[in-house]
Design a protein around this ligand. Structure first.
Ligand code: FAD
Length: 419
């Protein structure tokens, strides 16, 4: 019987649409419950935002995106091409719908409400990674402090205010202020331009492409099926069974999870999910260094994160609201490079390589969408925006438990996709 259940309405097989860190984590955790999985991707594992992002697993600074200062950045984005925030097609009706909701959530009160939700999740991030690493995902998760560096101490006001709000929300964060010299002692690659830094202690980081590859391998080794180059355009329910349709195939399953990153809203049309997910395109590149960078750095004024990657460093940043399928804009990379260059020495900028663009799946209200849709058996895991690497494994674990037991954990209630 191809569509049998394990009992109590538990599906024996689940199809996951999207093989990014979130979809693969869902598949991996469903396997923990003895459920067979098939993961289908329009391209291949890690083809979206999960490939070459900054790779920070940083629960201390994992917070909702919509907040009052985003509006100020938004105005600058329209008026200045040098802003780290930008738009691709200002006239896109989907963008307008997304922005209308996001702007409504750019208030301190809304941020604090969402932050309470993030706090509950952030406490469990490290355990969720530990579970995957001990359960056969063969990848590295390294521990380090995130060093937020400022050329002018006055620039640190916004960052420090955010840290104050985070701690005020009850989230633990171990933060130390450093002088420029102390920062250079901690990280000798920092230049004399760095006047002060804020060290956020005890965070984690990984090489995202390596992690996603290891996660996909583990899903396969545990008997999961991965189908590549197969886009799903819609999901419908026929005679009690879900059917994922696309130009190349029709896949059937009792239950499905849409984890299609910034593309998810298209697949979810007609299933009662009203909060739009839109692309927040970010860019990255790597360069060679005189000596390895010791741990993650962050340049808040430029919104650029620097993460160690073997003998190179990966620079990641930019928030460009736009379609995930629009072409890369090389000027964005040039901007990141210009903004980062004065903060470092010992970098051979001529070795710039691995230029990449990935679309962060931004939910318009800043809270991820994880749970059931209005269509029986159809679930969503997405909309993690800036923090899908940090929250991916936990999301997979929580959603798999919901699918396997039918019980919605209290932490998942505010993430209800049909809110
Ligand atoms: C520059 C940058 C830096 C970042 N830094 C960090 C960081 O330091 N820490 C952190 O926690 N997060 C970070 N993020 C965010 C993080 O990368 C994302 O939140 C996360 O990767 C989202 O994972 P996902 O699985 O939901 O989506 P994706 O990785 O985009 O995966 C979606 C998958 O679905 C597939 N797909 C899409 N449509 C369909 C379809 N119709 N049919 C079949 N398959 C489909 C795609 O091919 C893709 O493989 C960063 C993002 C960027 C861009």
């Amino acid at each position: 019987m191809s569509h049998s259940s394990l009992g109590h309405g538990v599906p024996a097989r689940v199809t996951v649409i999207g093989a990014g860190i979130v979809g693969l984590s869902c598949a991996w955790s469903l396997q923990e419950h003895g459920i067979e999985v098939c993961v289908v991707d329009r391209a291949r594992p890690g083809a979206g935002a999960s490939w070459q992002n900054a790779g920070l697993v940083a629960p201390a600074v994992c917070v909702p995106l919509p907040e009052p200062s985003l509006l100020r950045y938004g105005v600058r984005a329209v008026s200045s091409p040098r802003s780290p925030v930008g738009l691709v097609h200002a006239g896109d009706p989907q963008l307008l719908r997304f922005m209308a909701t996001m702007v409504r959530h750019c208030t301190t009160a809304a941020w604090r409400r969402s932050m309470a939700t993030y706090r509950g999740l952030n406490e469990r991030v490290v355990d969720s990674y530990r579970h995957q690493l001990e359960g056969g995902v063969s990848a590295e998760l390294r521990e380090g402090d995130v060093l937020a560096c400022f050329a002018d101490p006055r620039e640190s006001a916004g960052f420090l205010h955010e840290m104050e709000e985070i701690v005020g929300a009850g989230q633990s964060a171990d933060v130390t202020l450093l002088t420029g010299d102390e920062a250079r002692q901690a990280e000798p690659l920092l230049s004399d331009r760095v006047a002060m830094a804020v060290a956020v202690r005890g965070q984690r980081y990984l090489t995202p492409s390596a992690y996603v590859t290891a996660l996909a391998k583990s899903v396969r080794e545990r008997g999961g099926k991965l189908i590549e180059d197969t886009p799903v355009t819609a999901v419908e329910r026929r005679h009690g069974i879900l059917v994922a349709r696309g130009p190349g195939a029709e896949l059937e399953a009792e239950a499905m999870v849409v984890a299609a990153g910034a593309w998810a809203s298209h697949v979810l049309a007609g299933h009662g999910v009203r909060v739009p997910i839109y692309g927040g395109r970010g860019y990255s590149f790597t360069v060679a260094l005189d000596r390895p960078v010791r741990g993650p750095l962050y340049f808040p004024a430029a919104r650029v994160a620097v993460t160690p990657q073997d003998d190179r460093a990966r620079f990641a940043g930019i928030m460009e609201f736009g379609s995930p399928d629009a072409a890369m804009r090389p000027a964005r990379i040039a901007h990141m490079l210009r903004a980062s260059r004065p903060m470092l020495h010992g970098v051979d900028w001529s070795t710039k390589a691995d230029e990449w663009m990935g679309p962060r799946p931004l939910s318009a209200d800043g809270v991820p969408l994880v749970g059931a849709t209005r269509t029986p058996g159809l679930y969503v895991a997405g909309g993690h925006g800036m923090w899908g690497v940090t929250l991916g494994p936990l999301t997979g674990a929580m959603l798999a438990t919901q699918i396997a037991t039918g019980v919605v954990a209290p932490e998942l209630v505010p993430l209800d996709p049909c809110r």
